[in-house]
Design a protein around this ligand. Structure first.
Ligand SMILES: Cc1ncc(COP(=O)(O)O)c(C=O)c1O
Length: 300
């Protein structure tokens, strides 16, 4: 059964420069971000009171806004500070953060002329994205909707509009009893899951698609660094769906999903195993270290 609506909570939301009570952080239905998809966001996690890789997330948020032509005077330091201040006000030490920027209601029409760029940060507790299945492994459907070419959509931005494709695939997968879907790209190559990047294991090495038309996740880069520090070879390359049955392990990486094992993609089965477990354990340890220690061990 669904819990209480997300807009009906106690707490504080950062809204255009100040903290406002959660229930009062509202926008109007006539909103450029809603009608025309001019909205970008981030997904971050705090562990032990620190936002993991906050600076990288704030930089990506501003970069996503820039890609969509959304002009803001906000600096990366101000975005960092808003996230930290909201986290402090929330009282949570372990939580999920959702910074979001959108074009407002100041004008209506496809043209964004005259609209202002707004910025909010909401924070809520969010346990494991796939519940208790992180090591047991989740089941992925083959998504029907593909990731578009980089000259068709702003694929490097974490833009709300691109999640239309993810939501279509996720919804279809859940209706068939799967946990999530794996998407191919416009060329028919393996791309990612609906909210996480994808990795495979073969002969002790890791293989992952080159992120040339989907998000090069912060967790993806972190996990690749962890693997290399453990002398595990990482191949970033084009992966065809015909290759899926030749891999022995598969896992997802993402801020929400963290490292999650995959036990099935359509008809192909995997045995969540040693490399997935090692990377999951190392990642879980890294995210709980102090920001200085994280920066030293995992600079990218
Ligand atoms: C579609 C998609 N791909 C990949 C990722 C992983 O990105 P990150 O590791 O930066 O959270 C996410 C999550 O933000 C996502 O939504």
């Amino acid at each position: 059964m669904a819990g209480p609506s997300f807009d009906d909570r106690d707490g504080w939301i950062w809204f255009d420069g100040k903290l406002v009570p959660w229930r009062e952080a509202k926008v109007h239905v006539v909103l450029h971000g809603l009608h025309y998809g001019s909205c970008v966001f981030e997904g971050e996690r705090a562990y032990n009171g620190h936002v993991f890789k906050l600076r990288q997330h704030s930089q990506r948020l501003l970069e996503s806004a820039k890609i969509l032509g959304m002009e803001t005077s906000l600096t990366v330091e101000e975005v960092d500070a808003a996230c930290n201040e909201t986290l402090k006000a929330s009282g949570f030490t372990d939580a999920y953060l959702r910074p979001v920027m959108w074009r407002g209601s100041e004008s209506m029409g496809v043209s964004p002329k005259g609209t202002k760029v707004h910025f909010a940060v909401a924070i809520w507790p969010w346990g494991a994205y796939f519940g208790d299945q992180r090591m047991k492994g989740i089941r992925l459907d083959m998504g029907q909707w593909r990731r578009p070419a980089p000259d068709t959509a702003p694929t490097r931005a974490k833009a709300a509009g691109l999640y239309m494709i993810a939501t279509l695939n996720k919804n279809a997968a859940e209706e068939k009893g799967f946990d999530d879907a794996m998407m191919l790209d416009w060329r028919g190559q393996v791309a990612e899951a609906t909210g996480a990047n994808i990795f495979f294991v073969k002969d002790g090495a890791i293989h992952t698609p080159t992120p040339d038309c989907f998000l090069d996740g912060i967790t993806r880069r972190t996990v690749m660094g962890i693997a290399r520090a453990r002398q595990i070879v990482v191949h970033e390359r084009a992966i065809r769906p015909e290759e899926l049955s030749g891999f022995t392990e598969c896992f997802l990486t993402g801020t929400a999903a963290e490292v999650t094992a995959v036990r099935e993609i359509g008809p192909v089965k995997y045995n969540p195993g040693g490399i997935t477990q090692t990377l999951m354990t190392d990642y879980d340890a890294l995210v709980r270290m102090s920001p200085d220690e994280v920066a030293r061990r995992s600079p990218s």
